[in-house]
Design a protein around this ligand. Structure first.
Ligand code: FES
Length: 142
């Protein structure tokens, strides 16, 4: 049975902890729901950051963007594709695009620049496609 006055230090600590939760205190300001529009964006619409410029992507090859975990390819002039840069074998990052393939140097898997399918294992599934948007000379993550 609980008797008033027998609580001691444990109750004092519990009550002081409750003092930090004030009823009726002003809530913290909410974070904006949408990122701020880039200056000059038409209509104030948010403008995603540019991933690359089309001139960064060799025709018949591609470029690995390790920080974004994406590889962008240009199988034919003016046609761009993007794939995950994480190898489907054991998860190493693919390191280069050379000889018409996206290459993982961990165990030698190679994937086609056109569609990410396996050209050489040990990987047995394609690189997942990643959505991008090309607008003029700029390539954005979609
Ligand atoms: S993790 Fe890429 S080939 Fe093994």
């Amino acid at each position: 049975m609980f008797v008033a006055g027998t609580c001691g230090a444990a109750c004092a600590a519990a009550l002081s902890a409750c003092a930090t939760y004030q009823v009726g205190a002003a809530p913290a300001p909410a974070a904006p729901a949408q990122p701020e529009a880039a200056p000059g964006a038409p209509g104030g619409a948010p403008q995603p950051a540019t991933l690359a410029y089309t001139s960064d992507i060799p025709i018949g090859g591609g470029t690995v963007f390790a920080e974004q975990d994406i590889v962008v390819t240009q199988p034919e002039s003016g046609r761009f594709r993007a794939f995950s840069a994480t190898c489907t074998h054991q998860g190493c990052p693919v390191t280069e695009v050379a000889g018409g393939t996206i290459n993982c140097n961990c165990h030698g898997s190679r994937f086609a620049v056109a569609d990410g399918v396996v050209v050489d294992g040990p990987a047995d599934s394609p690189l997942p496609e990643r959505p991008i948007e090309v607008n003029g000379e700029q390539i954005f993550l979609a």
